[in-house]
Write a protein that binds this ligand. Structure first.
Ligand code: C2E
Ligand code: MG
Ligand code: MG
Length: 708
């Protein structure tokens, strides 16, 4: 990934550099060629100059000697030494002439241009003399120092002597050297001028390159770099790439514009996807992953500060009932309304930036921060419970739903999101266990309770198969004559380690986990088979057996068919089986309840409404639900003689039941007084420790067989 990027500009500069080096090399070569040429030109012109000088010296010598031979004829003839001297001196005075010698016909020196004429009348002894004297015409000969041209001096046809003109070669060389020097200087000057031009050319080249480089930098490299940086930015998830400083209307400008539009498009898509990914589609609230992220953020934000957070975990009570009875569409509608109410309630409390999220299903989580969060959370929880007291209107029906809320605080209960969410869940669970429609703050003790409960849940799964669960039967008596007429079947769980677990505890677990749906029918089956073995009681009428049926069993299984099958298999007459449904199971949806009750009635069994008075349905409710009897809850019976309200209600229930023609059973009769009060009010049946505790089947059989 860590690829080395060789930038456009770097490449360009490299190319420019190479070009520059090449040009410099060419220049150096040119320079070298120039000096070589200068040298050659020097050499050639040197030899030309030499030839030139040589020729000019020779022709000069020839001209001078010819002129002298001419003008010396007469003076020599007349031996006029003075004139000869003047002529010789005049010629010898010339710069390039080294000497002038005049000699007679015998070759003796007549004059050498000097005043004293040192060798007068004597033969000339220098090396060139012999040939000069002997020569019949012009003789040219050369020594190291001189080029000598000699000619005979003639008078008519007679040779009267001769003249020797020595041209000084040293002087000629001086002149030649001067000429060469001059030429070299000119050549050098010319070379310098050339070099100047070349340097200027190079400078122009470099300047052009610099201008082109900066132009390329500005028009190509910079925008492309900008595009690359923008692309990296987009890749990193930052879509705000802005626009480059310079606007341009060429292809690159178009590319940049297209790039900008593309990034905006990606940003929009990203926003949409984020929105989709972070929002609960049904309620429009924040969803679980988004909430997690936000919570993590806020937790980081509180680090090093004394700020607190409160997390409220809200779960709708018995929400499944809506889905099961009214359908999923109604369930969705309920959730939407519910979400609306939560948001409204959250808006009512004066909290900074609260966060409401749906955690899936019927779970909602609210995060509040700053200030006294514990108090604010409790207030909000109360407010939510209040809000839920008003019925939701779904598909023209009024539906009552409760809400259980668990509250956990940061940093008191946990320092990370996972722990806080777990704690909130535990606290919510405790709120449910505490009777629902309330709130609970998380405490460490809950962890243990939850663990225990989870363990129990696990153990309960196979408790029936391991025969840890057994049934007991509590006799039900006719109050008028204390005759045993039936029994209520009650479940008992004896765990090898945990001991006897209260039905209130494990039945709640069985209900919540759905285990009751498998255990319930087994209880029904076992009770029916057992009842077939019981002897007749003293009254002679066979005992009825009443079995508790969980609300969950009503909702999910086809109870009427199960009942019919069990009756068929066990052979128990339908009239001997009573089903106890709780008031809450049939509240809220009378229509559905009525149709189910009608189906059950068709099988021939009797249906009783259990725990009557503990729900909130009110007496009127009895009219709408076609049951065969009601069981007054033991809490009313227990308080009857002390609390006039309870006595009044018991009385009202009994008389209303009678007016509807249904049976009344009183539960939990422990004292004679209670029995007395009930008997006075005409309550038909009763059960309680006063008569008998729940008994094992064998004990019941023994009781039935013992003489009264
Ligand atoms: P429930 O149907 O109202 O049952 C009556 C409860 O009152 C039983 O408690 C019984 O032992 C108790 N009881 C009877 N006489 C007296 C008395 O004189 N004084 C007092 N204080 N209590 C008395 P238990 O057995 O603990 O059962 C509690 C609840 O568990 C039952 O209430 C019933 O709702 C549920 N339950 C028990 N067995 C089953 C079952 O097989 N299936 C279902 N679905 N629920 C069951
Ligand atoms: Mg019962
Ligand atoms: Mg009861």
């Amino acid at each position: 990934m860590n690829r080395r990027v060789v930038g456009l500009q770097a490449r360009f500069l490299l190319v420019m550099g190479v070009a520059f080096v090449l040009v410099a090399a060419i220049l150096a070569l040119l320079l070298e060629r120039q000096t070589a040429m200068q040298r050659e030109v020097g050499a050639v012109s040197g030899s030309v100059i030499r030839g030139l000088f040589e020729r000019s010296v020779r022709s000069r010598g020839e001209a001078l000697s010819a002129e002298l031979a001419d003008s010396l004829a007469n003076p020599l003839y007349y031996s006029d030494l003075d004139t000869i001297g003047v002529l010789a001196r005049n010629t010898a005075r010339q710069h390039v002439v080294s000497y002038v010698m005049v000699f007679d016909a015998e070759g003796l020196l007549v004059h050498d241009g000097s005043q004293e004429i040192a060798g007068y009348g004597q033969p000339m002894r220098d090396p060139l003399a012999a040939r000069a004297v002997a020569g019949g015409g012009m003789v040219t000969q050369e020594s190291a120092e001189v080029l000598e041209v000699s000619r005979p001096i003639m008078v008519g046809r007679e040779r009267i002597g001769g003249v020797r003109v020595g041209m000084s070669l040293a002087r000629v060389r001086e002149l030649e050297a001067a000429a060469n020097l001059n030429l070299a200087a000119r050549l050098q000057a010319m070379g310098k001028r050339h070099l100047g031009w070349l340097v200027l050319l190079l400078a122009v080249l470099v300047a052009t390159a610099a201008v082109v480089a900066s132009y390329v930098e500005r028009t190509l490299v910079r925008p492309i770099r900008w595009l690359a940086a923008a692309a990296r930015q987009i890749e990193a998830g930052d879509y705000d790439i802005g626009t480059p400083k310079v606007r341009r209307n060429d292809e690159l400008g178009e590319l940049i514009e297209a790039f900008g539009r593309m990034s905006q498009g990606i940003a929009r898509h990203d926003r949409e996807i984020r929105h989709m990914a972070y929002t609960d589609a049904l309620t429009g609230l924040t969803n679980r992953p988004a909430f997690r992220e936000a919570l993590d953020h806020r937790l980081i934000g509180t680090l090093g500060t004394s700020r607190q957070l409160a997390l409220l975990f809200a779960d709708i009570d018995d929400f499944k009932r809506i889905n099961d009875t009214l359908g999923h569409e109604a369930g969705d509608e309920a959730l939407v309304q519910f979400a609306g109410r939560i948001s409204r309630a959250v808006g009512l409390i004066d909290e900074q930036d609260p966060l409401v999220a749906r955690f899936g299903g019927d779970e909602f989580v609210i995060l509040i921060q700053d200030g006294d969060v514990a108090r604010a959370a409790a207030r909000l929880a109360d407010l939510l419970v209040q809000e839920m007291a008003r019925p939701l209107v779904i598909q023209d029906r009024e539906v009552f739903l409760g809400i259980s809320i668990g509250i956990t605080l940061y940093p008191d209960d946990g320092s990370d999101a996972t722990t806080l969410l777990k704690n909130g869940d535990i606290a919510m669970y405790q709120a449910k266990t505490a009777g629902k429609n309330c709130h609970r703050f998380y405490s460490r003790a809950m962890d243990h309770a939850v663990e225990r409960r989870m363990h129990m849940e696990y153990e309960l799964r196979n408790a029936w198969a391991r025969k840890e669960i057994h049934l007991v039967y509590q006799p039900i008596f006719r109050i008028a004559d204390r005759a045993m007429v039936g029994v209520e079947t009650l479940m008992r769980w004896q765990h090898p380690e945990l001991g006897a677990i209260a039905p209130a505890v494990f039945i709640e677990i069985a209900e919540q986990t759905g285990l009751i749906e498998t255990i319930g029918p087994k209880v029904l089956e076992a009770a029916c088979h057992e009842a077939m073995r019981w002897p007749l009681p003293a009254s002679g009428e066979p005992l009825f057996v009443s079995v508790n049926v969980s609300p969950r069993q009503l909702r999910t299984s086809d109870l009427d068919r199960v009942v019919a099958r069990i009756l068929d298999e066990s052979g128990l007459p339908a009239s001997r089986l009573h089903l106890e449904l709780t008031e809450t199971a049939v509240v809220g949806d009378e229509l559905q309840a009525s149709s189910l009750l009608a189906k059950l009635h068709r099988t021939g069994v009797k249906v009783w409404l259990d725990d009557f008075g503990t729900g909130f349905s009110g007496l009127n409710h009895l009219r709408q639900v076609p049951v065969d009897g009601v069981k007054i809850d033991k809490s009313f019976v227990a308080d009857m003689q002390r609390d006039p309200d309870d006595l009044a209600l018991t009385s009202a229930v009994i008389s209303m039941a009678h007016s509807l023609g249904i049976t009344v059973v009183a539960e939990g009769i422990e004292q004679e007084v209670q029995l007395q009060l009930l008997r006075e009010r005409g309550c038909e049946l009763g059960q309680g420790y006063l008569f008998s505790h729940p008994l094992r089947s064998e004990e019941l059989v023994r009781l039935l067989q013992s003489p009264a």
